[in-house]
Write a protein that binds this ligand. Structure first.
Ligand code: PMV
Ligand code: MG
Length: 370
């Protein structure tokens, strides 16, 4: 049996701008995991795979993948477990393995996600699609005994998520695959998905070659600040928000380009501040990143900082913290960087205002890759 556990993620700075090839974001891998248990089975064709998710406790979905049939998953259930991401991850590892001369292997997969609240099925926005993709790629590559180094594994996972949705930046995959505090610059996804779609493309060659712009680097965390995370009680649909933003900025091209340039500067300032241990500069960059997102929302007429996220931020700022929405916004989580001595007061204030403080930690890199 093979088991893997892959951390979920949170965006720190750089959201939306990181959708532009060559633009960057900073994310963290957090100590809530997607776990995959893979049990080899002797039947190879068709392969039966089972998914268990704690979003719908006790529900199992069985499906047959390499045969023509695919059942019995309703569209809604498939969506709830991120089935399209699971299938894409299986397909990409199968393709890579077949290219390198491996016979198909049979297995049962059980997937268990801590990224949402198991009791209520609430979604926190901790990046289950990226984490589940990395977890499936890692587990299935081990079943095939493929010698994948961390870079190759991450690239397969990135190709997999881009094949499902070329509009996502892949930052969640980088954070989940790498762990810790991560600086991520997104590659040219259109070029990669076009290459992937060509039947003559050799996956092995594609993942061995350097990808233009792609950068994934560890960052040291801010030196003496605590990262606090609050959940505002409303799940948000990131891909719908990204689609709305894409539509809206078509009419505001120059404002959008200015936003991307300013966000990139801000991400560089944040990363430099982390590397040099300058906590004040990190706080300033984080606040600026939040302001840029609010300005983008105002120009484009989309909602990023919802009223609840705005309340979360004001309560943190009143205690001298730097705070902002995290990820696409509209709901999910907000974050604050705060003097650890004031963190309990912040949690108390958030709680009183209906914001749920999440007890999350950012495990160090070696701890988080398990
Ligand atoms: O809401 P989240 O945590 O899934 O983050 C979305 C971040 C965006 O930059 C808006 C989209 C992306 O794919 O990077
Ligand atoms: Mg979100």
């Amino acid at each position: 049996m093979i088991t893997v556990a892959v951390p979920g993620k949170l965006y720190i700075v750089g959201e939306y701008a990181v959708l532009e090839p060559g633009s960057a974001a900073v994310l963290v891998g957090i100590d809530r995991y997607v776990r995959v248990r893979l049990t080899p089975v002797s039947s190879v064709d068709p392969v039966v795979r089972t998914i268990i998710t704690n979003r719908a406790p006790g529900r199992c979905i069985e499906f047959i993948s390499r045969g023509a049939c695919f059942e019995p998953v309703s569209a809604r259930t498939a969506d709830a477990v991120g089935l399209s991401h699971v299938l894409a991850a299986l397909a990409i590892v199968d393709r890579y393995a077949a290219e390198s001369g491996h016979e198909p292997v049979g297995f049962t997969l059980e997937i268990d996600s801590q990224l949402d609240d198991s009791a209520t099925g609430r979604k926190y926005g901790l990046g289950s699609s990226g984490a589940v993709t990395v977890a499936v790629v890692r587990a299935v590559a081990r079943a095939y005994e493929l010698p994948l180094d961390p870079d190759a594994e991450m690239k397969l996972a990135l190709l997999s998520v881009f094949s499902v949705d070329p509009h996502c930046s892949g930052g969640d995959v980088a954070a989940s695959a790498h762990g810790g505090w991560v600086y991520y610059r997104t590659p040219d996804r259109a070029a990669l998905t076009a290459a992937l779609a060509r039947p003559d493309t050799e996956l092995g060659a594609l993942i061995r070659q350097p990808w233009r712009h792609l950068t994934v680097r560890s960052l040291p965390p801010p030196r003496e600040l605590s990262l606090e995370v609050g959940w505002v009680g409303r799940p948000a649909d990131s891909s719908a928000l990204v689609a709305a933003m894409k539509r809206a900025v078509r009419h505001h091209g120059s404002a959008y380009r200015e936003f991307v340039t300013a966000s990139d500067q801000c991400v560089e300032q944040f990363a430099t501040a982390c590397r040099s241990g300058d906590d004040r500069a990190a706080e300033l960059a984080l606040s600026t990143a939040g302001r840029l997102l609010r300005e983008l929302a105002a120009v484009s007429g989309t909602a990023i900082e919802s009223p609840e996220l705005s309340r979360l931020r004001s309560l943190a700022e009143e205690l001298g913290a730097a705070a902002k929405s995290s990820g696409a916004g509209g709901g999910d989580c907000g974050i604050a960087l705060i003097d650890p001595a004031r963190a309990p007061a912040l949690r108390q204030r958030w709680r009183a205002a209906g914001v749920e403080p999440l007890n999350l930690r950012v495990p160090e890199r070696k701890e988080s890759i398990r």
